[in-house]
Design a protein around this ligand. Structure first.
Ligand SMILES: NC(=O)c1ccc[n+]([C@@H]2O[C@H](COP(=O)([O-])OP(=O)(O)OC[C@H]3O[C@@H](n4cnc5c(N)ncnc54)[C@H](O)[C@@H]3O)[C@@H](O)[C@H]2O)c1
Length: 257
């Protein structure tokens, strides 16, 4: 059995995912800026590169799984930091660990997106920031992110671009026998959400926004879906984007799926 890498392992959904995977008998390499097997700052190219190298050394070149969960919420400043961690922090791991996943057994990867991708306007695809993400031009993307006025635009935009990248990779990853999916949670009770609730710019809007199921999710509920997607029971699930949001997406856009 080869290990599974979980980024953002110290808190919230990432910590709950580690717990679920460990309970299923998996061996985990946690990556985070604090309290993790590998300490790394995924907001910088050097931090990502060192973390990927450390993972490859520890797993001896073979991994059974990868969960990209590390992320920053829309309250964080500067906004370039959100773009750096949420998009480039995840794509560096997808790229850097792909060969090791090919060497693993029944390998799978899950990227944690957000249901905020459904709020991104159609015109976003024409924006310079989206083009910079998709061109992997980090210097330009970070510069453009800092010119945006609202954190939720960079947050939703970074997750939208990351989800597009997952879909783009489905061809090559599927042919190589490595499944790759995205999950798109809604409001989950974690420190990231709490920072939004405590922020006078966002708090009331988040409180007013009640999912059809009438409550926020617990991190373990998201981890349950991630654990399933990582397991051979999900052997034909590949290239998908799975909303797990208490019905928010269905309520906001019933004719899109
Ligand atoms: N909580 C929600 O409502 C919600 C909704 C949709 C999507 N998400 C996504 O779920 C993922 C997990 O978020 P969460 O809610 O569990 O938040 P969280 O704050 O509890 O966990 C995020 C983790 O990422 C780590 N991290 C942040 N910056 C980092 C960096 N520079 N380098 C390395 N690690 C770093 C943090 O230390 C933390 O452990 C994020 O990608 C987030 O965007 C959360």
């Amino acid at each position: 059995m080869n290990p599974i890498v979980v980024t953002g392992s110290a808190s919230g959904i990432g910590a709950a995912t580690c717990e679920a995977l460990r309970a299923a008998g998996k061996s985990i390499i946690g990556v985070d800026i604090r309290d993790a097997d590998i300490l790394a700052d995924l907001s910088t190219p050097d931090g990502r590169q060192a973390a990927v190298a450390d993972v490859l050394a520890r797993c001896k070149g073979a991994l059974d799984g990868l969960v990209c969960c590390a992320g920053l919420g829309p309250t964080v400043s500067p906004l370039s930091k959100i773009a750096a961690v949420n998009y480039f922090g995840a794509t560096a791991f997808l790229e850097g660990l792909f060969e090791a996943l090919i060497q693993g057994s029944e390998s799978a990867a899950v990227v944690v997106s957000s249901n905020s991708i459904s709020l991104v306007e159609e015109t976003w695809r024409d924006s310079a920031l989206f083009q910079a993400f998709m061109a992997d031009d980090e210097a330009l993307a970070l510069q453009l992110a800092d010119e945006v006025e609202m954190g939720q635009v960079v947050y939703g935009g970074s997750k939208f671009a990351l989800t597009c990248r997952v879909r783009e990779l489905a061809g090559t990853w599927g042919s190589a026998g490595v499944r790759l999916n995205a999950v798109a949670p809604g409001v989950v009770q974690t420190p990231l959400l709490q920072a939004g609730l405590d922020d006078p710019r966002f708090g009331q809007a988040i409180r007013n926004f009640v999912p059809p199921l009438g409550r926020r999710a617990e991190p373990a509920e998201i981890a349950e879906l991630i654990g399933f997607l990582m397991s051979p029971r999900a052997g034909y699930m590949h290239g998908g984007v799975y909303f797990i949001d208490g019905g928010i997406d269905a309520q906001l856009r019933p004719q899109y799926f």
